[in-house]
Design a protein around this ligand. Structure first.
Ligand SMILES: [Zn+2]
Length: 325
């Protein structure tokens, strides 16, 4: 399939502000979330309304923790568990938005991106004048980290293939591959919930993590099976959720990746390592602008990795051909 048929050439934001309330998975604290429209080339920015601090761009350069979830921070101000919300925005092709939060963690909701997709649909999309840019992979980039691997190959779409292998009879080896579009993301990926094992949840809670964790916001298993009375949403919900995490973490690149991401047993740490490797290897990709009539144009600054990395803390340099984040 030609990627132009699935990728909208225009940047999009939302039509009106929308809000929801939930609890943080790790903090267990209630938090209010509002998503607001934003101008062309803003990218996604988090604003902590409970502290006096500048906005935090959703950028790989600001990742400070990948152990249980992806946390970004600017100076002393952090936002944790960004991945499911960022997956919803990226999966639904929203390029520009402000995310207001009155606490340090994005609410976990039901452990999937479904509630965020629902909220974004309520807000409706607004097409903007700005042209979308995509990071087009021209040569393979790979990261190996212990027994885990993630790589990205050239390809004419936004494709993700993921494989997981857990020593649990409900999971074992699962593999899923998808060519992403907003419709497919919403139908096949967004509803897949985060998951964990009872013995790990107990250990985490003893150490002050996953304090908000419950059967309301995660699939929890013990040796006997799934503890959630409602069961699984998909037979292979686990690997679908891993794809959700990949979409959400790679959103921190600031623009869609045109290529085929292949992940094997990867987690947040390996997703960050891949983005760092992409930034280090500008000879393996180019920034292209999508044009309405089916052609692409090379971004003027595409040859420079700085075009990816510099604008992050310098909003005034956002105009031009650099990646929005
Ligand atoms: Zn997740």
């Amino acid at each position: 399939m030609n990627f132009m048929s699935s990728l909208d050439p225009h940047q999009h934001t939302i039509k009106k502000p929308v809000s929801m309330r939930g609890i943080g998975l790790h903090s267990g604290r209630a938090v209010n979330l509002t998503i607001k429209p934003a101008e062309v080339d803003t990218g996604i920015r988090f604003v902590r309304s409970d502290v006096a601090a500048p906005a935090i761009p959703a950028s790989m350069r600001l990742v400070v923790d990948t152990r249980l979830a992806t946390t970004i921070a600017r100076d002393e101000t952090a936002v944790a568990t960004t991945e499911h919300l960022l997956a919803a925005l990226s999966g639904m092709n929203i390029d520009n938005a402000l995310i207001e939060l009155d606490g340090p963690e994005v609410p976990i909701m039901d452990g999937s991106a479904g509630p965020f997709v629902h909220l974004l649909r309520k807000a409706d999309r607004r097409r903007q004048k700005g042209v979308r840019r995509v990071l087009r992979i021209t040569d393979e980039i790979a990261v190996r980290d212990g027994g885990k691997e993630i790589r990205v190959l050239p390809g004419d779409g936004l494709k993700i293939t993921c494989e997981i292998d857990f020593d649990h009879e409900l999971i074992r080896r699962q593999r899923f591959s998808i060519e992403l579009s907003p419709r497919k993301f919403a139908a096949e990926i967004a509803m897949a919930r985060t998951f964990g094992f009872m013995e790990d949840v107990e250990k985490l809670q003893e150490n002050g993590f996953a304090l908000g964790g419950s059967l309301e916001n995660a699939v929890v298993m013990d040796q006997g099976g799934v503890l959630n009375p409602e069961g699984l949403r998909f037979r292979d919900e686990f690997v679908r959720h891993k794809i959700l995490d990949i979409v959400g973490d790679l959103a921190l690149l600031g623009c869609p990746v045109l290529g085929h991401v292949i992940a094997s047993r990867s987690g947040h740490r390996q997703h960050l390592l891949l983005m760092q490797e992409i930034a280090r290897r500008p000879e393996c990709w180019e920034l292209v602008e999508l044009e309405s009539r089916g052609a692409t144009r090379r971004g003027q600054e595409a040859a420079s990795p700085a075009s990816l990395l510099m604008p992050i803390l310098a909003p005034s340099s956002l105009a031009g051909d650099s990646c929005p984040a």
